[in-house]
Design a protein around this ligand. Structure first.
Ligand SMILES: Cc1cc2nc3c(=O)[nH]c(=O)nc-3n(C[C@H](O)[C@H](O)[C@H](O)COP(=O)(O)OP(=O)(O)OC[C@H]3O[C@@H](n4cnc5c(N)ncnc54)[C@H](O)[C@@H]3O)c2cc1C
Length: 326
């Protein structure tokens, strides 16, 4: 699997604050191709972090529009700085972005659709809601947020879906009960999910528990913040005296490759599995942040996705690099 990227120049046209910590950006490519892109598509944006170029992905909000690409960025303060960079941009700023690409396959032939968004995960889901509402499909959107004031696009969604929009605001005591929700859905319902890793794990368990086929739960991840705090950890290399520190702002993949270990990679989102390496010993705890391994594989701790997963303490890995074979 190879993610092909075509970079194009663009201009930031306008920004709009949608909710505390969520800002919308309208970006117009110099040569805007107004043909529709698949629902759930995202673009990559070239950002600058500590003076270095990096890439961050953002889902396109809504269906294709002649005005340009709409994205919404949540400012993440405990982070390496990609979202802060986006928030520093002013209208008129020049940007390099990629053409839209989709990781979320929607089957439009189903009778019933259940959309689930957690927080900023509403961005790819809004376009799906728009397309399904326009088709007159049987669709419900469950939008889980901490509070209604933190929810982006509520008015737009309410106008689109009416009472088929259900907002689950945890501060209002209305938590999303995934077991009850999925148990109530007819078989062959297609569920589209985007939200944080914990909610995705809960959704996968509830989905299987309710007897639905796992491929009918389609999801998008935004790269995970994991279940443990992001902190430095140590990686010992099997059969060597080498021990590396992985600082909190760098991935294990980047540190290994900077030290000449040639770990292959592709998506850098914990989806493709190309950067998987063997774990020999764990002195601490692994925080699997990928969506590549099954729950069983994660529990067995025999392998780790070096691009996104982290640890607490020290782990010993075998990168299969042998000094005598180089
Ligand atoms: C397909 C796709 C679509 C996306 N769409 C959106 C969108 O619509 N809106 C949006 O706001 N975001 C979206 N994202 C996420 C976005 O690309 C960025 O990850 C986000 O803006 C945070 O970037 P950052 O540099 O500020 O934070 P990061 O440094 O990437 O940190 C993000 C989280 O990871 C943890 N973290 C910090 N350091 C590390 C590290 N070294 N290794 C691993 N984890 C670490 C942090 O604790 C934090 O919680 C999308 C991502 C993908 C892959």
């Amino acid at each position: 699997m190879r993610f092909i990227e075509t970079w194009i120049p663009a201009t930031l046209v306008t920004t709009r604050d949608l909710a505390p910590g969520i800002r919308e950006f309208l970006i117009r490519p110099d040569q805007l191709d107004v043909t529709a892109y698949p629902v759930g598509s995202h673009i990559n944006v070239s950002v600058t972090i500590d003076g270095q170029p990096e890439t961050r992905s953002y889902s396109l909000v809504g269906e294709a529009s002649p005005h340009g690409f709409r994205i919404a960025v949540r400012r993440t303060d405990d982070s390496r700085g990609g979202s802060r960079y986006m928030w520093s941009l002013q209208p008129g700023a020049r940007l390099d972005i990629t053409q839209p690409a989709s990781l979320l396959a929607v089957d439009w032939t189903r009778q019933n659709y259940c959309l689930i968004a957690g927080g900023i995960g509403i961005t790819p889901i809004l376009g799906a809601a728009q397309a399904l509402a326009r088709r007159g499909s049987d669709v419900m959107l469950h939008y889980a947020v901490r509070s209604r004031r933190e929810a982006a696009y509520l008015d737009e969604l309410a106008a689109m879906l009416g009472d088929r929009l259900v907002v689950h605001a945890s501060d209002g005591g209305r938590r999303l009960d995934l077991d009850a929700l999925f148990a109530s859905l007819p078989q062959a319902t297609l569920a589209l999910f985007c939200g944080p890793m914990r909610l995705l794990d809960a959704a996968r368990h509830a989905w299987i528990g309710a007897g639905h086929a796992l491929p009918d739960l389609r999801y998008e991840t935004f790269g995970s913040s994991g279940t443990l705090p992001t902190e430095a950890f140590r990686v010992r290399l099997k059969d060597s005296n080498i021990e590396l520190e992985i600082p909190r702002e760098r991935s294990m993949l980047d540190v290994l490759n900077a030290c000449g270990h040639d770990v292959m990679f592709d998506c850098k989102r914990g989806e493709c599995g190309l950067c998987v390496i063997d774990v020999v010993e764990v002195d601490g705890e692994i925080d699997h942040r990928d969506v590549f391994f099954s729950d069983h594989q994660k529990h067995s701790n025999q392998k780790i996705c070096a691009c996104v997963s982290r640890a607490r303490g020290t782990i010993t890995v075998d990168t299969l690099l042998r000094a005598d074979a180089v």
